[in-house]
Design a protein around this ligand. Structure first.
Ligand SMILES: [Zn+2]
Length: 167
């Protein structure tokens, strides 16, 4: 890949701010500074929300190189109760599949993309009166819309559940 395919410093900063404040990331795959630092090859926790302003160009470049891997779910993160045990893992995700913005959960996998927006960010939903679990696209059907169809957010992360198969 050429250098131009990676995010620049401003884009990388924006990405980090987003990941460290956005609901979907918090629910589905929280990325702590410690685990991100390790994934970037640093031996100490040098990447953290409070340090983004002071990060130098080299660190931004290092982070920008793994962002496409994170976005493609080839690089995943699993927080642990003890933050020191936070881990990252490289996986081979299943082949890409396209599903509806509201789909039965058994149609979802780590490579599922929404037919509406093309994004791969879903949340687990249960619908009252329906025993089947569902997933909803975070962009086409935001959590504040769930009430309109009797839906409720499930607290367990889809991604963390899926990662159990990769241990
Ligand atoms: Zn969508």
């Amino acid at each position: 890949m050429q250098e131009s395919n990676f995010l620049d410093i401003a884009q990388t900063r924006k990405w980090l701010h987003h990941v460290w404040s956005d609901f979907w990331w918090e629910h589905e795959m929280p990325i702590t500074g410690g685990a991100l630092s390790l994934a970037c090859g640093y031996t100490t926790s040098v990447l953290k929300p409070s340090e983004v302003k002071r990060m130098g160009p080299t660190r931004f470049r290092v982070v920008s190189r793994i962002i496409p891997e994170i976005e493609a779910r080839r690089l995943c993160f699993q927080p642990k109760k003890n933050i020191r045990n936070d881990r990252f893992l490289w996986i081979e995700p299943p082949p890409k599949r396209v599903i509806q913005k509201l789909s039965p959960k058994d149609q979802w996998n780590l490579s599922a993309h929404c037919v509406g927006c093309g994004k791969n960010q879903f949340l687990p939903v249960e619908i009252s009166g329906d025993d089947k679990p569902y997933v909803a696209c975070y962009h086409c059907l935001a959590p504040d819309q769930y009430r309109s169809f009797g839906g409720e957010l499930v607290s367990n992360s889809l991604i963390h559940e899926a990662l159990k198969n990769y241990h």
